[in-house]
Ligand binder design. Structure first.
Ligand SMILES: Nc1ncnc2c1ncn2[C@@H]1O[C@H](COP(=O)(O)OP(=O)(O)OP(=O)(O)O)[C@@H](O)[C@H]1O
Ligand SMILES: [Mg+2]
Length: 374
């Protein structure tokens, strides 16, 4: 059994994204989805796989998280890789590895022997590297079977000193080859992504149409239980599995943590493994530490956001704030400033116009604490 058997293919969604991307009117999509919900896995194992293996498109993948010091070098490296003759599974393996510190662009670069350092942190991108990127993209472009550029963690670009120039160069290159190059941008912070796509002065402003990763449903659980049964010869209780899955907002990674705990200890019960996994996750993510670092008003605001109150700054939010803390709620502006603190610390984020706790585990953890912990 290969580890990839654990992958649950999102077939219908992948197909509709593939068709929209290759034949739709917009040359680019931007994929939204909370932390650790399977965006990268979708790009690489669903969309990229279908495009490359089933339909023979060229696929490029680059994550700006891996090495945010030299994003332009990273893009060039990704282009260079995409132009090499390799099978899709070889590519997948390479994408999982950290790129080398120094990169020698191959025979395809024209500029013979050009070597770039990924660790370099220049403020201004050399014009010849932007030109080289444009040339590489030109080689990748194919109007009959557009090349797919899968660019992950793009919110990192917004923080980089060269970011604006790179985005501007990229936008120009992609715009000029709308037929031959199609892009999916992804990121794990919606506020960060908005900086890249919705700020009026951002070069990629309104360039990409929004795309939402649909949540995993019970089919994911059934698929995972089936694979678990094949691997470990143990049938797990479906209801406990579904409860655990729902408790963590249908998060695939946390569900697999639970399966791993069960796989490692054949005698542990499903419910005990669920308790242990929840504790381990909280410890891993240092949720205690984050919570203790918050003052009472911020905790109250975090709980209100976790409870997904429809009007956190309105009358409902004020009443809840008072019930939680035992004191009258301050004016909405003050409560908004508490929320901004949570955003700055990466605890809260905005999804589809609604405020959310950015990490689904943290959300579940806050709700589990009981409403009197202030
Ligand atoms: N379709 C799937 N089938 C099986 N497991 C999955 C699937 N999607 C995600 N997972 C599991 O969830 C984990 C997290 O997925 P992934 O890294 O793609 O999330 P992400 O949304 O890109 O996270 P981040 O916000 O941190 O970038 C994967 O390593 C895998 O174990
Ligand atoms: Mg990811």
């Amino acid at each position: 059994m290969a580890p990839s058997d654990w992958h649950f293919p999102r077939r219908e969604f992948t197909h509709s994204v593939f068709v929209t991307l290759t034949q739709g009117p917009s040359p680019a999509l931007r994929l939204f989805g909370p932390r650790r919900t399977g965006k990268t896995e979708f790009l690489q194992r669903d969309l990229g796989f279908m495009a490359a293996e089933t339909y023979g498109h060229r696929v490029l993948y680059a994550s700006f998280w891996q090495i945010s010091t030299a994003p332009l070098a990273l893009l060039l490296h990704a282009c260079d890789m995409a132009l090499r003759p390799q099978s899709y599974s070889e590519r997948l393996l390479k994408w999982a590895q950290t790129p080398p510190v120094r990169i020698r662009l191959g025979a395809l670069s024209d500029l013979a022997g050009l070597e770039i350092e990924l660790g370099r942190n220049n403020d201004t991108p050399p014009a010849d590297e932007l030109l080289l990127l444009d040339r590489h993209l030109d080689r990748l472009a194919d109007s009959r079977r557009p090349a797919l550029l899968l660019l992950d963690e793009v919110q990192e670009l917004a923080h980089h000193p060269q970011g604006t120039e790179i985005m501007a160069g990229l936008r120009t290159s992609l715009d000029r080859r709308r037929e031959g190059l199609r892009t999916v941008f992804t990121g794990s912070s919606q506020i960060g992504l908005n900086k890249v796509f919705s700020a009026r002065n951002a070069p990629l402003y309104r360039f990409a149409a929004p795309l939402h990763l649909p949540p995993m449903g019970p089919e994911f659980v059934d698929h995972q239980l089936k694979v678990f049964h094949r691997v470990y010869r143990r049938k797990l209780d479906r209801d406990t599995a579904l409860d655990f899955f729902r408790h963590f907002q249908g998060n695939p990674m946390f569900f697999q943590r639970w399966l791993t705990a069960l796989g490692l200890s054949p005698d542990i019960s499903e419910a005990d493994a669920a308790r242990q996994t929840a504790q381990d996750l909280a410890a891993d993510l240092e949720l205690d530490r984050q919570w203790l670092a918050l003052q009472t008003p911020h905790r109250a605001m975090a709980r209100i956001i976790a409870e997904r109150l429809p009007d956190p700054f309105g009358a409902g939010g004020a009443a809840r704030y008072a019930a939680l803390t035992g004191v009258d709620a301050p004016i909405p502006q003050t409560r908004q400033s508490y929320l901004r603190t949570l955003v700055r610390r990466g605890i809260a984020d905005q999804w589809e116009g609604e405020w959310r706790i950015a990490d689904p585990v943290f959300e579940a953890w806050i709700l589990d604490r009981g409403a009197d912990d202030f």
